[in-house]
Structures are given as structure tokens and as C-alpha cells.
Design a protein around this ligand. Sequence first.
Ligand SMILES: Cc1ncc(COP(=O)(O)O)c(C=O)c1O
Ligand SMILES: [Zn+2]
Length: 408
Amino acid sequence: MTTLSHLECSMCAKRHEAGLAHNLCECGGPLLVRYDLEKARQNWSREWLMRAPSTMWRYAPVLPVAKPENIITLGEGFTPLVRAKRLGDRLGAKNLWVKDEGINPTGSFKARGLSCAVSMCAELGVKKIAIPSAGNAASASAAYAAAAGIECHIFMPQDVPQSNFIECKSFGAHVTLVDGLISDCGRIVGERKAAEGWFEVSTLKEPYRIEGKKTMGYEVAEQFQWNLPDVIFYPTGGGVGMIGMWKAFAEMETLGWIGPKRPKMIAVQVEGCQPVVRAFEKGEKRSEFFQNAHTVAAGLRVPKPLGDFLVLNAVRESGGTAIAVSDEEMMDAGVQLASDEGMFAAPEGAACVAALQKLLANGFLKADERMVIYNTGAGLKYLEAYATKFPRGGAGEGDKLGGLITPR
Ligand SMILES: Cc1ncc(COP(=O)(O)O)c(C=O)c1O
Ligand SMILES: [Zn+2]
């Protein structure tokens, strides 16, 4: 089981004890979970994984839960890594892969983070959680809270995809829709949590969601026989997946499972909300609040990520880059991916396909590099966004797209 040792502040390096429910450090820094990797190295091996469950809990020694009975699992993780040959040939990428996170419970990679965070809530005796969310994290929290028998309070923008709202209600969560952005939702949770007795599981304000998401990094290494790809595309909202994978690579190197080589980490954002891209281009360590954020990729509408400095650090250290695409390029790329590969991606995942096209065109990437796109969610969760591409009706148009005929 876990080799959890303690928690460490990502800003001031202060040590915090394990076994307590933590939010941020007193200095405002997000906490990172540290393990006794020397012990893990002695008692655990890559071969052990042959007998491990085919979920993200196969990496239990580097996940924080102490007692197996506290794990709240719905089968998250160990998602397929699919070769995208037809799309790759079309775009000029000879070695292109898609890690399909859309098949996770509740249809997105948020299941990983919330499985881990809610399991820790169960272990630490937390009875009520609250979360501000762009949508998919809300669905995942509501599902895992339901499975754990924990009360769940959700605050999300009023225009979240319908799927998220209906899932949360079905899972029995308390849902408040906010006429604003995720940053407004976060402020409301912060103001009310003490009086309500809620434990806040906001992105990075709680240390265990990163741990769940880092398993995307362990998996890509395992699925490529412990040779990391050359390039990773990650649709970056809060950036937790990127931070988590970067942490996973460091842990795996300490475990002796991989060498020092790292993929170029590409943070993909949208033109309507690109705080990380702006900061990257200006050479800044932190991002600035992005005014009037707007995009149909709900998960990328994060105007000021709390962990921006960690994302920027990973992108720079890896020799990667940060790039924004338009909503139109993103939705077109989603349809291209679907029709070439049979994979119906969330707009966030599709944004990576559009970014790939740009980075091949400007020469930043070369055709023969091994590239992995993280499709972080299922297209089925975004029917409103895709519906704009495929209007229905058009009586008499027969088999034309969306055409309607009346049988005699
Ligand atoms: C489908 C999808 N992709 C990407 C993201 C961004 O995730 P992260 O916070 O790890 O950057 C989100 C966040 O809501 C999401 O729902
Ligand atoms: Zn600190």
C-alpha cells in the first residue's frame, strides 16, 4: 500500500504532516504529496504491475490512500493509448497517439483526481465536500461522493454543458449555478465553507487531486514500455494534469523506472482564454487574470490558474511550448479526429489536434517525433457545442448532412 511520507509546500517548501485534511499552505502555496520512494523502490517493481488492477489504483504505492477499503473506485484510469494513423498521415505526424480519457467514469479524466481526493476524504473522515467547477470536475465529484456516501456541494457557471448539470443532479449533489466564471464559483465556496462545514476540493487547494491525475504520466510510460514519448499535448485549464504528469516523471526516475529524458510538454489553450500562453510568451513566472474569458471548451475557461507557475515551469524545463487555437479550429479538428479515427473527443482534446497542426506548420515539431495527445473527455458530453456544426432539418435534402426526408 501507500508509501506516503508527508506533504510539502510548492512555494515555501514547508513540511506538512500526512493524516490530516489539508488545503493550501499558510503562504498560499499548493501542497504536493511526497512519498518514501526509496522504500517503494525496494518493495515494488514494474513487474508487480502485471498482477495489478487495470485501474489507476495499480500504482497504489505512490498514491496516498493508506487502507485499501477506503478506495472509492468506479474503474477510473488505465485508459487506452490509441494509434492515430489516418489522422497522423493527414497532418504529417508519423507517430501520433491519442490517450483516450473520454472512457473514464463520468466521461473525463477528472475521474482520476476525484477518485483519489474523495477516497482521502473517506479515509480522513470528511463528511461534506464543496467544489467550484467548470463542469467535468463537478460531475466526477458528484459521482465519487455518491459512491462514498459523502455530501457534495457544487458551484458551476450557469452555462456549463447540460451533461454536467444533469449528471450532478442525478448523483444527488447540491448544485448551485452561478452567473459568472469558475473564479466566481471559487470565491463563493471560499466565503461559505467555514460556516457550512464544507471541505473544499477545488483544483490545487486540495493536495490529492494531482495525485490521481499524475497516473496519466505513469500510464503513458507503462504503455510505451517505459520509454516516454517525445511530445505530450495537454489541454490546459487549471493545468493539474500537466503538473501531475511532470511530478510522475520525477517520481518514476527516482524509482529507477525511466531515465532523465522528458517529453516536450505542450500547454494547449484557446484564444478566448489563454493566460498561460500569454505568460509563456512574455517570459513571466505567473499568469495574469485573463479578462472576458470565453470558449465552448468549458474546461479551458480558467482565467487565472492557481498553479500557473508549476505549469510554466514544466513547459519551460521540458523544452515545450504554450499555444492557443481558436474555437473554430478546435471544433473542426474534433470532427476531423472523429471521422479519421472513430474517436469522438471533447473540444479540449480536439484543441490539441489543432495545436499539433500549427506546431508542425511552424516547424516547432518534426514529422517523426512520437507524439501523444491527451483527449481529456468524451465528445458526448458536449452535444450543444457539436450541434452548432451539424444543424438538423433541411427537409428534402435526403442524405445530405442533417437532411430530413418524409417517408411516403
Ligand atoms: C475535458 C477537460 N479537459 C481539460 C480540462 C483542464 O484540466 P486541467 O485543470 O488539468 O488543466 C478540463 C477541466 O475542467 C476538462 O474538463
Ligand atoms: Zn508555503
